[in-house]
Ligand binder design. Structure first.
Ligand code: PEP
Length: 251
């Protein structure tokens, strides 16, 4: 089955609202191939400015995180209701920086994923092993456990609103990229796991992005792998020229 390529920029804690607005204008103008989707994930405070720029465009707007509960006494948190009202359509959950710096567990990520789906948001669920886990030969098992934990209680119909982002922790922001063959092997294994958890048709339809030092120079080879359906891009998405080359990788 032909899956779209989803090219997403995770701006992390970079760009002030005025800078984010300018970058959003540039992303809006970026040409993309047929079957390619563009997405940006600004910080919470930049979302209103970016939403204004992207309204009615072909660029999807994502948040980088959200609270596990709808509202209430949760100082410093951001609710799904707030995100929806601003025009956010997706949320990135379980990013390795959330897992490893802020200690988010699969259970916590799963609660957020279920809440996001309940409110009609799409979810980009990030998974990936550390270097130590890879060297111990546990890459697939770690990803499988994160899939099982993150997707617990999510049914086959809801899987249409889930994107998986495989991001080996050792490749994020380090300049080290998994070789296309190594990335493909994990993507294929994860698609197999999704077939086991759901069905082959769910597995065939799910977009699995690769993330970890994706750049203009390595994107085409990564995207040529049969189970790699897009990229979640950190550093290289902050520069309009680099992200434009990534979005137009097939040109
Ligand atoms: C990311 O933030 O998800 C990421 C993959 O970052 P980078 O592209 O900078 O490695």
């Amino acid at each position: 089955m032909a899956r779209d390529y989803l090219m997403a920029g995770n701006w992390k804690m970079n760009k002030t609202p005025s800078e984010a607005k300018a970058l959003a204008e540039a992303v809006k103008a970026m040409p993309k191939g047929e079957g390619t989707r563009k997405m940006v994930a600004p910080s919470f405070v930049c979302i209103p400015a970016v939403a204004e720029v992207l309204a009615g465009s072909d660029v999807e707007l994502a948040a980088q995180n959200m609270s596990s509960v709808e509202d209430g006494a949760h100082t410093g948190e951001t609710s799904v209701l707030m995100l929806k009202e601003l025009g956010v359509s997706s949320v990135i959950l379980g990013h390795s920086e959330r897992r490893h710096i802020y200690g988010e567990s699969d259970e916590f990520i799963n609660a957020k994923a279920k809440l996001a789906l309940q409110h009609g948001l799409d979810v980009v669920l990030c998974i990936g092993e550390t270097l130590e886990e890879r060297e111990a030969g546990k890459a697939n098992d770690v990803c499988f456990a994160q899939l099982e934990g993150g997707l617990a209680g999510i049914d086959a119909a809801q899987m249409a609103k889930i994107v998986i982002a495989y991001e080996p922790v050792w490749a994020i922001g380090t300049g080290k990229t998994a070789t296309p063959a190594d990335a493909q092997a994990v993507h294929e294994a994860c698609r197999g796991k999704i077939a086991e958890l759901y069905s082959q048709s769910v597995a065939d339809a799910v977009i699995i992005q690769y993330g970890g030092s994706v750049k203009p120079g390595n994107v085409a080879e990564l995207m040529s792998q049969k189970d790699i359906d897009g990229a979640l891009v950190g550093g290289a998405s902050l520069d309009a020229e680099s992200f434009a080359s990534i979005v137009a990788f097939d040109k």
